[in-house]
Write a new protein. Structure first.
Length: 129
């Protein structure tokens, strides 16, 4: 993306309707190290802020599906935010207690590109660019 285009895009997504989250993707997040992780790890407090409906300890592995758009690649797909919380339910010692965004598809999908950024757009959509 040319720097003028980047500056325009940053100005466009710097309004009150956008929620910013920046992360350098790990090998687990991108499957670069052949891990079995389902998708990028995102801190619970951030996921719960963007998708408060999954902040429910009474439900095992609550989730929400949403539309995700990659501006730079003109792509859109349906992905899933999930709180893997089986540590609170049936596996208190070895179970997980983490949130991830899953459903990106293949390892080389542009949605795993470390230069992407997320935005929530009503109703429940997210744009990457």
């Amino acid at each position: 993306m040319a720097s003028a285009n980047l500056a325009n895009w940053l100005e466009l997504v710097s309004t009150g309707e956008y929620v910013w989250y920046v992360k350098r993707l790990s090998g687990n997040d991108t499957l670069a190290n052949k891990s079995h992780q389902a998708g990028p790890y995102i801190p619970r407090q951030f996921i719960f802020r963007v998708f408060p409906s999954i902040n429910d300890k009474g439900i095992k592995n609550p989730d929400v599906f949403f539309d995700l758009r990659v501006d730079s690649h003109d792509e859109q797909s349906r992905v899933r935010a999930i709180w893997y919380n089986n540590r609170l339910h049936d596996n208190p010692v070895g179970g997980r207690n983490e949130t991830r965004v899953t459903g990106f598809g293949c390892q080389s999908a542009s949605k795993r590109d470390p230069l992407s950024a997320c935005k929530r757009e009503p109703p429940g959509g997210v744009a990457l660019g």
